[in-house]
Design a protein around this ligand. Sequence first.
Ligand SMILES: Cc1ncc(COP(=O)(O)O)c(C=O)c1O
Length: 431
Amino acid sequence: MSDKFWGPEEIVRKKKEYIMPCLNHFYQEPVQMVKGEGQYLFDSTGKKYLDFFAGVSVINAGHCHPEITERICQQVKTLQHVCNIYLTQPMLELAEKLAEITPGKLKKSFFCNSGTEANEGAILLAKIATKRSELLALQDGLCGRTYLAMSLTGLRFWRTDPNPAGGISFIPNAYCYRCPMNLTYPACDLACAEQVRQVIETSTSGEVAALIAESIQGNAGIITPPPEYFTRIKEILHEYGALLIIDEVQTGFGRTGKWFSIENWGVEPDIITMAKALGNGVPIGVFTALPEIADLYTRPGASTLGGNPVSMTAGLATLDVIEKEGLIQNAAKLGSYLRERLLELQDKHPLIGDVRGIGLMQGAELVKNGKEPAAEEVDRILEIMKNKGVIIGKNGRYRNVLAFQPPLIIDQDNVDEMITVLDQALTEVER
Ligand SMILES: Cc1ncc(COP(=O)(O)O)c(C=O)c1O
């Protein structure tokens, strides 16, 4: 990079000229981020921001963490790439560590470069293991950007391909605030989970390879299922000989007060997919499976950069830091506090229709006139908060959900600061 900052106007101009227009950015008046330190970001004018989005749930250990950065730099200086046709140690160290921290008996891994690739790989493995090809996915789910992953995505916003892959059926999700079954929990007796059976019986040959689902649906607007949901889903799938693939791309590595959010409900998936926070900013993806499933993947499979020493070292360093600094515990503690403070704001502000999430993965769905999605208001709130030095995210089926997914290193003062600014922004928008 040249040593002169271009500034936001020049970057937007060059973006229009050189980058494909599908790539949008947040804000009417975007800023150029030039530096990150812990839970803070700095723009090209030197202005400091409290980061409550962590690059979409990636920077769990904080920006440019000194130990992680140092270990990455050391690895870059020693051996950056050789491809996994040769033996290197960091990949095995990380695989061993993942076998230790992933739920239950999940053990064998395949490393790649992104969440999309991890999901694609997990689906391939499920097809190989079951010798079946039909798939199930959740409405509102996000699986990725490639042909199959996009076809498994249940959000219109992210389904660009008009001719998606066939053999995929969608299950209504546990979006209790806007229940797809028009029922109320717990009287519903998890009718949405029961739809897995209904859909297998009516919309497939009965021979389904797997269902892929995020444990908490991030892009959908932090849709958090009731506690017994995944237990019921897994029971039904196994009854039909289908596998459960849990996508922990956005929820993993301490964010919900556990290593993985599926652990909040004691459910052990057959395959788990991970990316984002594992590298704390370095590109990485991996899927890990039960050994009896993984061992069926015997035909050649490799990724040029998957398992490269630099990403593996970043992963190992990130996991060490998460453990040493007690970040899982901090996510649980600060997550409860954040949730309490958001619920207080819900009492005060009619715009907040629903608050949901676990740990430091919280969402507030904004509505008006009953449950009409307040997407424009979300954009205004993001803009006001950015101008006041606080970065939060947005997502949701209707793009009307405020997303709070900060680095896990935040403290109570950070939550208080974000809440104060959010309170001011809501007051201004409600005026
Ligand atoms: C739950 C989930 N799965 C998969 C993906 C795709 O990951 P990537 O962008 O690394 O390909 C995302 C990205 O936001 C995600 O949130």
